[in-house]
Ligand binder design. Structure first.
Ligand code: OGA
Ligand code: MN
Length: 213
């Protein structure tokens, strides 16, 4: 039981505390098995079903009011998720996200009021060039959240690493992260530039943002 102020206490969640520590100390966190193998399978099947039903569209750069499709910058296909219309897999997804968000707000006063998430599918040969997740006309994105839904046994040869460009005392360092199923990467949207390296095999994920007002 943690003590925030006299009279207000909360149950400390060790996993969330680790995430917070990593975010505070280095602006990103990597969480293994944030989603179980069963949950990944459910979400993966939900994604593939919607992709087969032709619900995805070519991802654009810029935000929803200012979209430009630019294949040389990103080649993925996306579908925005609708929490009010969530199926089983998605309800379970949002339950975990909402729980984490509530914890962050309660313990770190992050002031997360909104969220937006989309499925993403990178066909073989596609990538997403180095970028920042904030837009000129909208800087409300606070934390970026990526969750990988690839098959178990995803190999390094499949490519599609997420590369974070980090500032190590003024020197740039690259942190390369393999998109392993169940793995979640959370980072500060306004600070960390990143890219998705070319994929040699279809790459599935959910990406989203926790936003301030
Ligand atoms: C994005 C993004 C990273 C990833 O969609 O903005 O950077 O690993 N995704 O999929
Ligand atoms: Mn990004």
């Amino acid at each position: 039981m943690g003590q925030l102020f006299e009279g207000i206490s909360f149950d400390e969640n060790p996993l969330y505390e680790t995430i917070i520590q990593e975010l505070v100390s280095r602006k990103y966190a990597i969480v293994e098995n944030f989603f179980t193998a069963d949950e990944v399978l459910l979400l993966r099947n939900a994604l593939l079903q919607k992709y087969d039903d032709d619900k995805f569209k070519k991802a654009a750069i810029g935000n929803r009011t200012n979209e430009i499709i630019e294949k040389s910058i990103r080649g993925d296909f996306i579908l925005w998720m609708d929490e009010s219309n969530a199926g089983n897999a998605e309800s379970l997804f949002f339950q975990k996200i909402n729980d984490l968000t509530a914890y962050l707000n309660r313990t770190c006063f992050l002031g997360i009021l909104h969220k937006e998430f989309h499925y993403a599918l990178y066909p073989q040969g596609t990538y997403y060039k180095r970028h920042l997740d904030t837009f000129q006309n909208d800087d409300r994105r606070k934390l970026s959240f990526v969750c990988y839904l690839n098959e178990a046994g995803w190999l390094p040869e499949n490519g599609g690493e997420l590369v974070l460009f980090l500032d190590e005392n003024g020197k740039e360092e690259e942190k390369s992260i393999c998109p392993l199923p169940g793995r979640v990467v959370i980072f500060e949207s306004q600070i960390i530039e990143h890219e998705v390296r070319p994929v040699n095999k279809e790459r599935l994920s959910i990406t989203g943002w926790l936003k301030t007002r």
